[in-house]
Design a protein around this ligand. Structure first.
Ligand SMILES: NC(=O)c1ccc[n+]([C@@H]2O[C@H](COP(=O)([O-])OP(=O)(O)OC[C@H]3O[C@@H](n4cnc5c(N)ncnc54)[C@H](OP(=O)(O)O)[C@@H]3O)[C@@H](O)[C@H]2O)c1
Length: 346
């Protein structure tokens, strides 16, 4: 159902995800008069462009929910914990982009194309969690295979855009790239490593006990929750690359049942929210630049894993994929607004 008659608040409207959310609401035809923008006291009074006019940013507070039907939270986990439950009590549906409630057993964690059943018959208002960006993009690529053949496990390596760390990280890439090209030694502030002309292990904290960083743990635990399957084996390595927006992921997937290449490719026919770019002759495949700004997650390099032989019928359980998706859109704002469209009943 459309959001045109819904009053929508964007919390964290000045950030990378918040601005993207405003752009999507504008594309969906939500009039400026029905959009409320909130951020911290730092941004109170700032105006943001919207649908040929502008919307004013107010400081978030407890008493702002009157008349707000849906709030899309795009700020910190702390802000979601502080204001999310109060918004629900005031009668507002909340879709939360932060990690604050994702693993709460009572909170649905939803990718609309993957587990819409998590929202079925749900009475509201309630808080719905939007998954981690890398998780959404990986599951958009793997879910069509899971539906047809089952998925036993995946080895996934990510190539994550700096904008996954927010607007300040995009500024840091511009600044450090300019410094490097001018022969100056720039100082990183957002990341501990220089992000220009460099790749490095994901900036989230590493668990000293198991060596996984937080992003890798999210890929595992959120996938288990969304697929409602704790047996799927996930081997993640999460890496930052000097790309402004759109994450890429190399996946080596083990299916439960063997499939031929024709069958694997057919699994993506008509799958919502994905497009195939897989031109072996031209060496043309998905890239983050092709995914940036688009709604679809792009899939290519579909091939049998050469470490395993095909069976006599030409089938294998072991397949490789290359996936690119705009993590500010499908990995965050767009997925959240799709959820808002599902829960909002006019
Ligand atoms: N970036 C991604 O690709 C991505 C993907 C999935 C999920 N997420 C999640 O989405 C959320 C936003 O990420 P982002 O990348 O957009 O970050 P960002 O660019 O740093 O923006 C953060 C936003 O939160 C607001 N904010 C910070 N502290 C606040 C406070 N105390 N009260 C009210 N507002 C406050 C900021 O407002 P001010 O301008 O006033 O500081 C800003 O609008 C995070 O929870 C992040 O984990 C991000």
């Amino acid at each position: 159902m459309g959001l045109q008659n819904c009053t929508v608040a964007v919390v964290g409207a000045t950030g990378a995800v918040g601005r993207e959310a405003l752009g999507i609401l504008e594309q969906r035809g939500v009039p400026a008069a029905r959009v409320r923008c909130f951020a911290s006291a730092r941004s109170a009074g700032v105006t943001l462009p919207y649908a040929g006019s502008s919307v004013r940013v107010s400081e978030i507070g407890e008493g702002v929910w009157k008349g707000v039907d849906v709030a899309v939270f795009c700020a910190t986990s702390g802000v979601s914990k502080q204001f999310g439950p109060g918004a629900v009590r005031a009668g507002t549906w909340v879709v939360d982009n932060s990690s604050a409630f994702r693993m709460d057993p009572a909170t649905p964690l939803v990718v609309p194309e993957v587990n819409p059943e998590a929202l079925r018959d749900r009475e509201g208002p309630a808080l719905i969690a939007n998954p981690n960006c890398s998780t959404i993009i990986m599951l958009m690529g793997l879910n069509p295979l899971r539906v047809r053949f089952g998925v036993e496990g995946v080895v996934v390596s990510t190539y994550q855009a700096v904008s996954g760390a927010g607007a300040a990280a995009m500024d840091e890439l511009s600044r450090l790239a300019a410094d490097a090209l001018a022969g100056r030694a720039g100082e990183p502030k957002v990341f501990i490593e220089p992000c220009a002309f460099n790749v490095f292990s994901h900036n989230s904290a590493v668990d000293p006990a198991n060596g996984l960083n937080v992003e890798e743990s999210k890929l595992i635990h959120e996938t288990h929750k969304i697929w409602n399957d704790r047996n799927v084996r996930i081997t993640p390595t999460c890496i930052r690359v000097p790309v402004y927006r759109a994450h890429s992921e190399s996946c080596a997937v083990t299916l439960r049942n063997p499939a031929s290449e024709t069958e694997v490719r057919a699994a993506f026919d008509g799958a919502p929210g994905v497009s195939i770019i897989d031109d072996r002759a031209g060496n043309v495949f998905p890239t983050p630049l092709k995914a940036a700004g688009g709604d679809d997650v792009l899939i290519g390099r579909i091939r049998p894993d050469p470490a395993h032989t095909l069976d006599d019928s030409g089938r294998s359980r072991h397949w490789c994929l290359w996936i690119c998706g705009d993590q500010l859109r499908k990995g965050a704002a767009q997925n959240a607004i799709q959820i808002a469209e599902m829960v909002w009943r006019n």
